[in-house]
Design a protein. Structure first.
Length: 300
């Protein structure tokens, strides 16, 4: 018990939060690194976000991860953000700097590392992104900065939010090749057909709604395409399973999860996460996609 009484606390905040695997990754990394840190998951309602951030400072925490639906809204309550976070327009990691709250976006690190093996296949091609929230912003920023697709289609139920994303990246990065369309519109099949990479940046298909699929364009030829799902629980979503059956290359959200976690770990601890050792210990468990327990660490 002495360890927990004196441990440096970090957390993840979101709503809902029961799906998260972040506690098991970080607690495993802390244990392997012999660091006296403790990682907890907290379900925080949007109305309580500001109080949660004040509480983080008051409790002397080392930082936190931020997940849906808070990645954009949390910026209002921070003392500063990194250049990447500002250019993405969203924060997923908060750390302490000069006694203040600093925001960064390690989702960018996760996206880049997950898609790096396919850089040559993506460059100069059309990409489709489902969603227009914080995760989608990280994807679009990463694509523009590191992969240079010829155009990006953003499909979202609320097209006004997708238009805000389009305008944001036109203004901030002079990228004018984002096209906006309503999710499940009559042209969706043709948009997917011309895309080399298709990304699910929504929560559709996430635990516990594992049987859902954001993709309805069943008649499209998926051969030669890459399907990337930011959802990591389950590790093989319906989105990826259906694409794999049609000979597409699939990339699980677990790849992004590991790499964004490694960058957050570095920001909080000042040391490098032993990522290969963490993966060796956890891959069979994460690929089984059991949910983490809420409100406490799932690793003793």
């Amino acid at each position: 018990m002495a360890r927990k009484n004196h441990a440096k606390l970090v957390s993840i905040i979101g709503h809902p939060i029961a799906h998260t695997w972040s506690p098991v990754i970080h607690e495993t990394a802390f244990k392997l690194s012999k660091l006296n840190f403790l990682y907890l998951a907290f379900d925080v309602l949007p109305k309580d976000l500001g109080d949660a951030m004040k509480g983080m400072l008051a409790l002397g925490m080392a930082g936190c991860n931020v997940t849906v639906p808070h990645k954009e809204a949390v910026m209002e309550f921070l003392d500063g953000v990194t250049a990447d976070a500002r250019l993405v327009g969203a924060v997923n990691t908060v750390y302490i700097e000069n006694d203040g709250l600093m925001g960064h976006n390690t989702d960018v690190d996760g996206v880049v590392e997950a898609l790096k093996p396919f850089r040559d296949r993506i460059a100069g091609e059309t990409v489709t992104v489902f969603g227009a929230g914080g995760g989608a912003r990280a994807v679009v920023y990463s694509l523009i900065s590191f992969f240079r697709p010829s155009q990006i289609f953003v499909l979202n139920r609320d097209t006004s939010r997708a238009e805000l994303l389009r305008k944001f990246f036109a203004d901030s990065q002079n990228y004018y090749n984002i096209r906006v369309a309503e999710l499940h519109n009559t042209d969706e099949a043709s948009i997917i057909e011309k895309s080399r990479l298709v990304v699910n940046a929504t929560t559709v298909g996430m635990y516990p709604s594992k049987g859902e699929n954001i993709l309805v364009a069943d008649s499209v030829d998926f051969n030669g395409k890459i399907f990337f799902d930011l959802v990591y629980n389950p590790s093989e979503t319906m989105f990826l399973r259906d694409a794999s059956k049609k000979n597409a290359t699939v990339v699980s959200g677990i790849e992004m999860l590991y790499h964004q976690a490694a960058k957050a770990f570095e920001l909080w601890t000042g040391t490098t996460m032993p990522l290969d050792d963490v993966r060796a210990k956890l891959d069979p468990r994460l690929l089984g996609s059991a949910p983490a327990r809420k409100g406490r660490s799932p690793v003793s």
